[in-house]
Design a protein around this ligand. Structure first.
Ligand code: SAH
Length: 385
């Protein structure tokens, strides 16, 4: 009897100690979130790390709710849709993590014809997507540059539609030619803000400094600047992810496209680290979105396909963590298996109209309205004033 009482009182002391610590932690997180939401408050590196370290479910919900408040303040309760056209998997680069790396000889290479790209862009107009994203492997021949220039001009003739490019590292001159042809946004992820981690994920002839310089070229050219990183990479620390968020601010990015790293077994990195915890990856990616929203406030943040690969409602959860852009795939279904950057990429066999129906109803279910127009980043508009 006595032992039982002793046990119970010990149990009581320990659990109230834990409750005390938990409340203390929660109030520390609440303080950081309050600071983030106040107009002047710029979070310190340590505070970013603290937010990115959250594991407690109640604290996570507090973080996501704060990020949504920030989104509503600067952007509204709306989402911009962009039609994603993955034009080709031919790529000169050999990144250790990417399924379409040049060294992956299992991949059947494809390139969409001019007509196919134009009919995808016409579909985007029909679906009322305000803009298209033209993404593909990196190539830098004159022939490719001219092809893209021509495609941009022809898309602009179809109607009032914005064009984002995501075609890798190019010369200043190429960026200028594509901008002059009518593209106005460019997405080039820095992948990680840490040059050493970057070096460990790429062959020796891929240079972080060169990639960083490309962001300057894009800014100089006049593009709305998009960048981003992968999260939950093998060996990546929370400190490095906090630094990524600070990097976005230093680069004065207008839009951010981030996603969790997912293994592709036909790559050196994927073969080395094939296993992962889905929930953990998703949580990390959602925290990155929320913290980026709190820190950068008025930028466009994409809720990317990689989130959907982790959970069927991954992209919707991204919006509820502070993202405001979704890029539904509008390319021909037959090409999709060829554009597998990672395993289990979703919507491989679902046509663009079906995905659109599903997406519209899931967006309505979480109360998101579709934004009108091209969906330019408010940060860009403010920067231009
Ligand atoms: N050639 C373009 C587009 C690359 S693909 C460019 O260099 O910008 C678009 C993005 O997919 C990459 O920037 C990278 O962040 C992401 N990606 C590639 N492999 C991935 C993987 N295994 N898991 C998650 N994201 C990946």
């Amino acid at each position: 009897m006595r032992r039982k009482r002793l046990f119970l009182s010990r149990f009581y002391i320990i659990s109230s100690y834990f409750n005390f610590c938990r409340e203390k932690m929660t109030s520390a997180i609440a303080g950081i979130l309050e600071k983030a939401l106040s107009e002047e408050g710029v979070l310190s590196h340590g505070e970013l790390v603290q937010l990115l370290s959250i594991e407690d479910e109640a604290e996570l919900q507090m973080l996501f709710a704060a990020a949504c408040r920030m989104k509503e303040r600067y952007i509204g309760h709306v989402v911009s849709l962009r039609g994603l056209i993955e034009i080709s998997n031919i790529c000169a680069r050999n990144c250790f993590y990417c399924g379409i790396r040049s060294g992956n000889f299992h991949v059947k290479r494809f390139e969409m014809s001019r007509e196919e790209i134009l009919s995808a862009a016409a579909l985007a107009l029909k679906f009322n997507y305000g803009s298209v994203v033209i993404q593909g492997g990196e190539r830098s021949s004159e022939e490719f540059t001219v092809f893209i220039e021509d495609v941009i001009r022809r898309i602009k003739k179809l109607g009032n539609i914005g064009i984002t490019l995501s075609l890798g590292e190019q010369s200043l001159e190429t960026y200028q030619r594509w901008f002059a042809a009518g593209a106005h946004r460019y997405l080039l992820r820095i992948e990680t803000s840490d040059p050493e981690l970057y070096a460990s994920l790429h062959p020796a002839d891929h240079s972080w400094v060169k990639r960083r310089r490309c962001l300057d070229f894009l800014r100089q050219t006049g593009f709305q600047l998009g960048t981003g990183t992968m999260s939950a990479l093998p060996g990546q620390t929370i400190e490095q992810m906090a630094h990524d968020v600070e990097f976005f601010r230093q680069a004065d990015a207008d839009m951010i496209g981030m996603g969790p790293y997912l293994p592709h077994l036909q790559t050196p990195l994927g073969a080395q680290y094939p296993d992962y915890d889905r929930e953990e990856k998703l949580r990390t990616a959602l925290k990155m979105i929320a913290v980026t929203r709190l820190y950068l406030k008025d930028v466009n943040i994409a809720s990317t396909t990689a989130l959907q690969a982790l959970a069927p409602d991954g992209r919707e959860r991204g919006l509820l963590a502070g993202a405001n852009v979704i890029m539904p795939n509008i390319g021909e279904v037959c090409y999709r298996p060829g554009y597998q950057l990672y395993e289990n990429k979703p919507c491989l066999d679902e046509n663009s109209a079906e995905s659109r129906e599903k997406l519209l109803s899931s967006l309505a279910a979480i109360g998101e309205k579709i934004a009108d127009g091209w969906g330019d980043s408010p940060h860009f508009r403010r920067r231009k004033k």
